[in-house]
Design a protein around this ligand. Structure first.
Ligand code: NDP
Length: 404
């Protein structure tokens, strides 16, 4: 009997792809038995560079933060922004009293008040069912916190379950509890559309703040321009999209390095950025007493255990570098990096544009792209740095000249 593709070994799967031997060998060299167990149809690892934000002060503690990203200049900018914020008092983190993941049971074609009444009358049964569905999360001090009916439209209702999932991101924990709760709504069975967590993590909304003395920015004028740029992104979705993309350069790099689900964090962030009906920047900057104050609020669901975090040594190592004890602490660190990243980008634009610094960082990637060997990189990059205009043809020509 022939095997299905998913039943093959990674090398057998590679053999089915239209590849020459050298590429097949390269992919084979990058296989790891561990990661082969994590996803389906595994063929090889895909490596992303990981660097470090060396020092950012978060709630008075000096933290080093690993960042995994393919984009040159992100980590340099993060270090820059952190240095500026460290020149204030570093970053302060405000967390909700208890962070919780939300799960939804979705109803259609049913009056809101009927479900609202039913939910209010059966609270005890919901709490008992949650405890039976996932006893281990109760042993860890978590579990169901609240159940509320929420009117979505004239005939759509969501029953929202808030679950404290402790140090796990909690998607599976919440879905397990929801699937046990759904049968309790048998009375409304024909109206149930489904039961699933929401990634809009509003019960885990974290706020970070920090400030920079304006002299560290090069004067009041730069600070004022940063505030004006930030205001612009409160009014223009085009600017806001780019400002938030820059913010996620920092946030997603840490989320990825720690083995967390960056799609969940980004989806939640973009929904939050639209909470007032238009898409806006997630950060807010203002000037007071000759200081530039920044604030970032974001609903963020991440974990320090569970999912693939415990299964991926690189994620465990990244968490060791940050050296935190809980998912709540990780939330604060991730947002702190986001605020630093956003500040660095705004400062670069306010001080005359990001392109110059940005392109310098890209030259190493460009040098590799045109075939420079590791020992040729420094010289080629330094020569490119001296030029006004640089592109792949110029880099390639310089490399050829260097080799003569
Ligand atoms: P898990 O299913 O791995 O659950 C976490 C487990 O970690 C718990 O069951 C618990 O096991 C164990 N654990 C150990 N220590 C702790 C602690 N201190 N606090 C809490 N739990 C602890 O993962 P999650 O529920 O976190 O789900 C995350 C995964 O789900 C991610 O990979 C995500 O990508 C994926 N996912 C995401 C979805 C989405 O975002 N829409 C949808 C579905 C999945 P025990 O207590 O039993 O020992």
């Amino acid at each position: 009997m022939t095997k299905k593709y998913y039943e093959l070994t990674p090398d057998e799967r590679l053999a089915f792809l239209n590849l020459n031997e050298s590429i097949r060998n390269e992919l084979h060299e990058n296989q790891s038995a561990n990661n082969a167990q994590i996803i389906e149809n595994y063929i090889s690892d895909f490596r992303v560079p990981m660097g470090v934000l060396k020092d950012i002060i978060v709630n008075g503690r000096h933290v080093s933060v690993p960042m995994a990203t393919e984009e040159p200049s992100v980590i340099a900018a993060a270090n820059n922004g952190a240095r500026l914020l460290n020149g204030g008092d570093g970053i302060s983190v405000r967390l909700p009293e208890r962070t919780a993941m939300i799960g939804q049971i979705l109803f259609t074609g049913c009056p809101f008040h009927e479900i609202e009444h039913y939910v209010a009358a059966h609270q005890e049964a919901f709490f008992k069912t949650a405890r039976q569905a996932k006893p281990s999360i109760y042993k860890r001090g978590g579990g169901l916190l609240s159940i509320k009916a929420r009117q979505v439209s004239n005939d759509e209702v969501s029953v929202d379950f808030e679950v404290d999932t402790k140090d796990a991101m909690g998607a599976n924990i919440v879905n397990t509890i929801l699937e046990a709760e759904a049968p309790l709504f048998s009375h409304f069975e024909s109206h149930i559309l489904g039961a699933i967590l929401t990634n809009y993590a509003t019960s885990q909304c974290v706020t970070v703040t920090g400030y920079v003395p304006v002299e560290l920015l090069g004067g009041l004028q730069v600070a004022e321009k940063i505030v004006a740029l930030n205001q612009f992104s409160k009014h223009d979705s085009y600017r806001a999209t780019t400002e938030n993309k820059g913010l996620f350069n920092g946030i997603s790099s840490v989320v990825l390095a720690t083995g967390n689900d960056w799609r969940a964090v980004e989806a939640s962030g973009h929904a939050f950025a639209s909470q007032y009906g238009t898409y806006q920047s997630l950060t807010t900057w203002r000037i007071q007493d000759n200081k530039l104050f920044g604030q970032l609020s974001l609903p963020i669901s991440v974990g320090t255990v569970g999912g693939v975090i415990s299964a991926m040594p690189q994620a465990r190592n990244a968490l060791r570098i940050i050296d935190i004890a809980s998912a709540d602490e990780l939330r604060g660190v991730i947002l702190a990096v986001g605020l630093a990243q956003n500040l660095a980008a705004l400062k670069a634009i306010a001080s005359g544009g990001i392109q110059r610094g940005h392109m310098r960082m890209q030259y190493r990637a460009l040098a590799l792209q045109v075939g420079a060997l590791p020992e040729e990189l420094e010289l080629l990059v330094s020569q490119l740095n001296k030029l006004e205009h640089v592109d792949a043809t110029i880099a390639s020509r310089l490399l050829m000249e260097m080799r003569k």
